[in-house]
Design a protein around this ligand. Structure first.
Ligand code: ADP
Ligand code: ADP
Length: 226
């Protein structure tokens, strides 16, 4: 686990668009922070800079004590969960879960332990030998979560992970994400444009507007205001 510290973080794209304009934010160890705001306000760019998928043009990203601006995504000790799952279609669920760990040359017994533990937590143990195409949307998103969990990262980054699911499943899955995060105690940054999702999940909400922090606080404090 680790804190995440953003110090006057900014991003100006090559074309001149300033997507993120000097965001400073201290995310505590174990905290669940949700970024909300209208389309185009910079949520995705901010998250991708923390992940290392987008270069930083101003300021710093710190994970734990380390400035990670110049580190590759794989060196940052984070795991990202995407809206489109990003599973390997030709691999079984078990292989999808194990793949990232095999790349790290982790011991086989340790890989098996982590895969079994994540499968039990997410209740996907019955599907381990299936391919992603043989799963429902909700099952696929559980596998995507499992792939993040087995890494035992310092932080989870979620990019609208529930947006592809139907309304009923979204409600079920957001409860599951919160329960899992509490159980694991892993620092999380979660991007959504859904206010109810944001309210339900967040320890602290960050409302972005035009690349800047417009409001920040506990969900009830923010949505109670006129
Ligand atoms: P959100 O996730 O809140 O919808 P984004 O971070 O995707 O916002 O986008 C913020 C702003 O940056 C928008 O004006 C968008 O058009 C622009 N933008 C995003 N990605 C790029 C890119 N790769 N190149 C140029 N402009 C971009
Ligand atoms: P999201 O809902 O995650 O913000 P978008 O549909 O806005 O996704 O963008 C999808 C991809 O296109 C992202 O990788 C984003 O960086 C990129 N993108 C968004 N806006 C622009 C833009 N104006 N120019 C170039 N790329 C963009």
């Amino acid at each position: 686990m680790a804190s995440i510290t953003l110090d006057r973080l900014g991003k100006t794209y090559a074309g001149g668009t300033q997507a993120v304009a000097g965001v400073s934010l201290d995310i505590a160890d174990g905290e669940f922070v949700v970024l909300v705001g209208p389309s185009g306000c910079g949520k995705s760019t901010l998250l991708r800079m923390i992940a290392g998928l987008e270069t930083v043009t101003d300021g710093t990203v710190r994970i734990g004590a380390r400035v990670v601006n110049d580190l590759e995504p794989a060196e940052r000790d984070i795991a990202m969960v995407f809206q489109t799952y990003a599973l390997y279609p030709h691999m079984s669920v078990r292989q999808n879960l194990a793949y990232g760990l095999q790349n790290r040359r982790m011991d086989k017994a340790e890989i098996a332990r982590r895969v079994d533990q994540a499968a039990a937590m997410l209740e996907i143990g019955a599907y381990l030998d299936r391919k992603p195409r043989q799963l429902s949307g909700g099952q696929r998103q559980r596998v995507a979560m499992g792939r993040a969990i087995v890494r035992e990262p310092a932080a989870f980054l979620f990019d609208e992970p529930l947006s592809n699911l139907d309304a009923k499943l979204r409600i079920t899955m957001r409860g599951e994400i919160r329960t899992l995060q509490r159980r694991l105690g892993t620092t999380s940054v979660y991007v959504t444009h859904d206010q109810v999702e944001a309210m339900t999940l967040a320890d602290r909400l960050v409302v972005l507007n035009k690349g800047c922090v417009e409001q920040i606080g506990a969900p009830l404090d923010i949505y109670r205001r006129p």
